[in-house]
Design a binder for this molecule. Sequence first.
Ligand SMILES: Cc1cc2nc3c(=O)[nH]c(=O)nc-3n(C[C@H](O)[C@H](O)[C@H](O)COP(=O)(O)OP(=O)(O)OC[C@H]3O[C@@H](n4cnc5c(N)ncnc54)[C@H](O)[C@@H]3O)c2cc1C
Ligand SMILES: NC(=O)c1ccc[n+]([C@@H]2O[C@H](COP(=O)([O-])OP(=O)(O)OC[C@H]3O[C@@H](n4cnc5c(N)ncnc54)[C@H](OP(=O)(O)O)[C@@H]3O)[C@@H](O)[C@H]2O)c1
Length: 475
Amino acid sequence: MLRVAVVGSGPSGVYTAQSLVQRDPEVLVDVLDRLPCPYGLVRYGVAPDHEKIKSLQHSLRAVFEHERVRFLGGVRVGADGVPVARLRGLYHAVVYCVGAASDRRLGVPGEELPGSWSATDFVSWYSAHPDAAGGGFVRDVRAAVVVGVGNVAVDVTRMLARDAAELSPTDMPQTALSALSASGVTEIHMVGRRGPSQARFTTKELRELGGLPDTEVVVDETDLASDPAYGDPSGLPAAQRRNVEVLRDWAAAPTRGARRRIRLRFFLRPVELLAVEGRVGAVRLERTAPDGRGGVLGTGRYEDVEAQLVLRSVGYRGVPVEGLPFDAESCTVPHVAGRVVRAGGIAPGEYVAGWIKRGPTGVIGTNRPCAKETATSLLEDAPVLARRTLPDDPLDSLRASGAEPVGWAGWLAIERAEAALGASLGRGVVKLPDWAALRAAAASADRSRAATAPPESTRAATAPTGTARAADQPS
Ligand SMILES: Cc1cc2nc3c(=O)[nH]c(=O)nc-3n(C[C@H](O)[C@H](O)[C@H](O)COP(=O)(O)OP(=O)(O)OC[C@H]3O[C@@H](n4cnc5c(N)ncnc54)[C@H](O)[C@@H]3O)c2cc1C
Ligand SMILES: NC(=O)c1ccc[n+]([C@@H]2O[C@H](COP(=O)([O-])OP(=O)(O)OC[C@H]3O[C@@H](n4cnc5c(N)ncnc54)[C@H](OP(=O)(O)O)[C@@H]3O)[C@@H](O)[C@H]2O)c1
């Protein structure tokens, strides 16, 4: 059998595992994740009010239930975890699918002021990521500026505009629900440095902003007009044309005087975050103009927009895994068709897929062909990789490296604890908000397994044949 470790249980990790076991009956896959919970950004990024996309977890789950796939949560690889070289010694091949966990910076004065956050921080908070920074995002906030016009910017804008009745049925943690329900945010400015035809959001997501209760979208035609495609968008690719058409319709619509306003602004770039009483009070924006080559130039004209909250939604950023090559420019791992490149040559047995391979763009589905390409490279290399003799099941060695793997039973116990928490709050499933709660829930699987396990002497006799792997599952 070819033993493969996939590091990261987000879409690219799951699709890689799926592709490997579907295409080769002689492959065993361990999917490792530093979190005790699987699914990466599908669990900790996709907005809680997008239940349909979140339900993709059900199809990803089927991969973990495959008899040759094993989930090992709570195992960090790299610094403060299992060293890359050690992992490489335990498996015939390792595929890194670690995503892009950090954020890009604006690089303007005032970026570090209290009240200025990356969208990554805000998303992690309302998604109950156990590493999320504490709350306080919307406390005493009347007006917010969201920098960037991608789909994450649309997500965080929408979350700021939703009210309690819409958020309560989601799996959002109780603290975030309480804070957002009590929020007094009435003005949200979403600001793009280029024109409407260059915005990165998709039309479906854009349109959703127009359907929010008690909220109106305000678009000022003067913000759109310097886009060369604004007058006649017919020459644009369909996706951009539809965006421009939606924005034009909103610009032409009369204002309704709703309780909240989402102002979509273009050709404005932040040049400074201004302090009022030690925290963000306004954003200074410079008017830009097209440079004729798809970029923009500053015009030297400025406007200050009041904001007690700034969410910088200007893209995610890959972070290096200690011991793995990293291109600091693109924040990705150098590769050829998914094969990691070390010191100018292919590193046998090391692969990448997903955002750490391509950079932080693309929807969930984009990771499927990306993972398939990597799996193809790995399976082509398999005859050579399989020649190496490995130690027995890597679990003991992982534990010896300090890891305490949470297996599938542990994750199922977390799911049960989240259902129980939701029921106790009169809501549906509610996510556990921190490491302590996740670990306690996962450990409850150990206790219930110990209580129901047959005596040691009968266990070997009752284990069905061919399940050595399942029998060795951690909780
Ligand atoms: C806020 C947000 C919302 C999104 N919403 C949508 C949406 O609605 N629809 C859509 O189609 N796409 C959406 N996307 C895009 C989609 O989430 C990504 O395309 C996809 O998650 C990328 O998959 P990935 O596996 O490369 O990374 P990730 O999903 O980030 O998975 C990486 C995994 O690796 C683990 N990991 C990281 N480092 C280590 C380590 N050192 N050791 C062990 N494990 C590690 C992480 O814990 C994580 O589980 C969204 C993206 C963001 C940022
Ligand atoms: N519902 C969904 O399907 C969904 C939801 C969320 C995310 N996603 C996907 O996840 C991926 C990541 O999304 P994202 O929104 O983080 O990234 P993105 O699509 O790359 O958008 C980033 C935005 O930030 C702007 N920006 C970058 N640097 C800037 C700067 N210094 N100053 C001002 N603006 C700056 C960009 O403008 P420029 O274009 O001018 O650089 C762009 O508007 C995307 O592929 C997205 O589609 C999908």
